[in-house]
Design a protein around this ligand. Sequence first.
Ligand SMILES: Cc1ncc(COP(=O)(O)O)c(C=O)c1O
Length: 358
Amino acid sequence: MDNAEKKELMSVIDSGWYTESSKTKEFERMFASFVGAKYACAVTSGTAALYVGLKALNIGMGDEVIVPDLTFVASPNSVEATGAKPVLVDIEKNALNLDLNKMSKSVNKKTKAVMPVDFNGRPIDMKVLREFADKKDIMLIEDAAHAIGCYYNRRHVGTISDVGIFSFSTPKIITTGQGGMIVTNDRQIYERAMALKDFGRKIGIKKQMEKSFSHSTIGYNFKFTEFQAAIGIAQMRKLQKRIIKKRRMFMKYVDLLSNVEGIEFLKTNLKNVTPWMIDIFLKSPAKRAQLIKYLEKKQIGTRIYYPPIHRLKPYKKTDREYKQASSFSDRGLWLPSSVTLTDKQIEIVCNEIKRFSK
Ligand SMILES: Cc1ncc(COP(=O)(O)O)c(C=O)c1O
């Protein structure tokens, strides 16, 4: 962040109005227009966006929601929070998305929704999934927390599903410190989400006195603040440049490392995908541990892939049905990915990886 964010933030402090209001509306409008959705609703985090999105789809006790095994724990946790049951399904063999074949076999009468996750920005085959969901009368709530600036058939990810959600937590391509966004093209879902985040208050009531204590449904408090919106507006103005930079960075890493023994990249179409982080795959978990240690000594930070959900204590299952998620998760490593990285710094990182490989 720089003076652009400071200036926007100061204007909120000077205005004396801090809870969500006109700045938040402006941020929501900017985001909706960027992704090409009719409606956008800002909330406190990506996790809150998932929860509110699920509730806006009327998902709750007795329902099942299919969630890929390779994701961040917020995806299944948000389903649990509604009282519904997350049903974990493995990912594809050659990609990081939900295995649509296995998914279709997990659908039953209780299945109310599928939650595809655009892992590290790579979209699922949305045409196939949308057709399947329409045929079976199942809703789609897309976890696009990683995927701002990513497209499927020229449409921004998250906008083909009934609900799409995004995260603005600090490491994301744009941030509001914490924050999340729900997008939809359905007016009713939008109105329910807006009421859910604001104590059940209906939108559109003009008179303040009438609005304050008019709670037409049960709702909570997942409201944004004008501080976050101010930062978000300044960040949105930087987004297009960051998308170009992230794609260029990924290309540079691939150029420098693709011939290095033991380092694999996932085939990534950079016309549509803006990888959130630079991800590589080692041959084995042991090799990955060695590389992490080696880079650490050179003061180069890395981060391992998320553990598959089925290995986490609250969701414990054996690896048997989750072979692909386990394999990708065990071998995946995120390399330095900040948009502030220079070409020189990327070369230093890659040279060290080459030395390690030799
Ligand atoms: C796939 C996925 N879904 C949801 C979330 C939750 O977003 P937040 O941290 O904004 O609550 C994250 C966080 O990084 C995520 O990786």
